[in-house]
Write a protein that binds this ligand. Structure first.
Ligand SMILES: [Zn+2]
Length: 393
């Protein structure tokens, strides 16, 4: 998992059976047979011909209209608007015009539609990377899940000793629909703006990993003086800042991407895509929102273990740490909860409105979900380790 965790893949996954896709791993079995799963995917894949839709708006690529999406994530709205109304064929022409190489991988289903048949297969330089990403999906997201697409930023470690040169790349399977392709393109738009602010995924991963490693040795029983408390507080603040950034670029980015597409769909600005994609996006947003909140809750639990001793030794340091954590996480937590509340659950939906339906065999859009799962697992282990130490002491 080290190789996976050290890279930055933005991906879509297709779950064909016992659907967990990019959601939390589960061992529960799907009640739907594999054939029915494929039929649902086939229906989505074949809902619209690649030629249905208007031309892409190439003139938009000359414009800069930087707007905030959820969580203040910036993107160039002009570039997205140039793609939204366009036919799939036009989107496939437009994305390379925007500076992103586009390639395909083998189809998901033999009965689905070869929507991207005109696009070249991915080059051999990313073979091991693609294989690894597929293994990651299968391993962490459950049997029957299939990777549908990836966005790979320039400079990404390709896990074979080389790094992606000559610009970013999107790889999608030949039979995905336009929702998946535009989803990956939005990751590119977010990445471009984040890079301008200094976001470097490889460096961020490395720094975060070091912080998690050193957090394992933090111990409440070692806090005796105000200086001890200040030292612990500084480390916990760094941990908080870095975890917020990781979550912002994983689970919360998935929420932001799918929310942009759902909003565009609802306003009629993203026509000629299957309603199945829209419905599934609601479910997928809920999954990622839950993961994001869980990561923050685990961190708060971890920090909470230091509260009593710090309050005794240095109450001012404790209260300023608490304020810092709230300041860093609370706005995100509130926004995530508001998004969750805005999407009715499948239980609330009637027969005609199913805005949050887990569609077996449908595309599950995923920003390297195994990375988010890894983050959650590490946090959980950290808390479990601390609990054991407390019991022993
Ligand atoms: Zn994604």
């Amino acid at each position: 998992m080290r190789a996976i965790f050290s890279t930055w893949v933005l991906c879509s996954a297709v779950a064909l059976e016992s659907l967990v896709g990019c959601g939390p791993a589960t061992s529960s079995q799907s009640q739907t047979t594999p054939n029915e799963d494929n039929a649902t995917f086939d229906q989505l894949s074949c809902a619209y011909s690649p030629s249905v839709g208007s031309s892409a708006l190439d003139a938009n690529l000359q414009q800069s209209d930087i707007q905030p999406a959820h969580f203040g994530k910036l993107y160039n709205r002009a570039w997205l608007s140039g793609a939204l109304p366009a036919s799939l064929n036009e989107v496939l022409r437009y994305i390379p015009e925007a500076g992103v190489k586009l390639f395909t991988a083998d189809r998901v289903s033999p009965k689905s539609c070869d929507n991207l048949g005109s696009v070249a297969k991915f080059p051999s330089e990313i073979s091991s990377y693609w294989t690894m990403a597929n293994q990651g999906i299968g391993d962490s997201a459950g049997k029957g899940s299939t990777l549908a697409g990836l966005y790979i930023p320039q400079g990404t470690d390709l896990n074979d000793g080389s790094f992606l040169k000559d610009g970013p790349m999107i790889v999608v399977r030949e039979d995905v629909d336009r929702w998946t392709v535009v989803h990956e393109f939005i990751h590119h738009l977010f990445y471009v703006e984040a890079s301008k602010s200094g976001w470097d995924s490889t460096a961020a991963h490395d720094q975060y990993q070091k912080t998690v490693d050193s957090a394992q040795s933090l111990d409440p029983s070692s806090v005796h003086t105000e200086a001890d408390a200040q030292n612990i507080s500084a480390q916990l603040q760094t941990f908080t800042t870095q975890l917020q950034q990781m979550t912002l670029h994983y689970a919360m980015e998935e929420v932001a991407v799918e929310s942009l597409l759902r909003d565009a769909y609802e306003k009629g600005n993203f026509p000629n895509v299957s309603e199945l994609s829209y419905e599934n996006a609601g479910w997928y947003i809920q999954q990622n929102a839950k993961n994001a909140l869980q990561s923050f809750a685990e961190l708060r639990d971890f920090i909470g273990q230091f509260k009593d001793v710090m309050t005794q030794v240095a109450p001012d340091v404790e209260s300023s740490l608490e304020a810092f954590v709230d300041q860093t996480l609370s706005a995100n937590e509130s926004e995530i909860k508001a998004i969750q509340a805005s999407i009715p659950s499948s239980d609330d939906s009637n027969d005609t409105v199913k805005p949050n339906r887990k569609i077996v065999g449908e595309q599950i859009h995923c920003e390297h979900e195994q990375d988010m799962e890894q983050i959650l697992k590490q946090l959980h282990n950290l808390n479990a380790l601390r609990a054991k130490k407390v019991i022993r002491s």
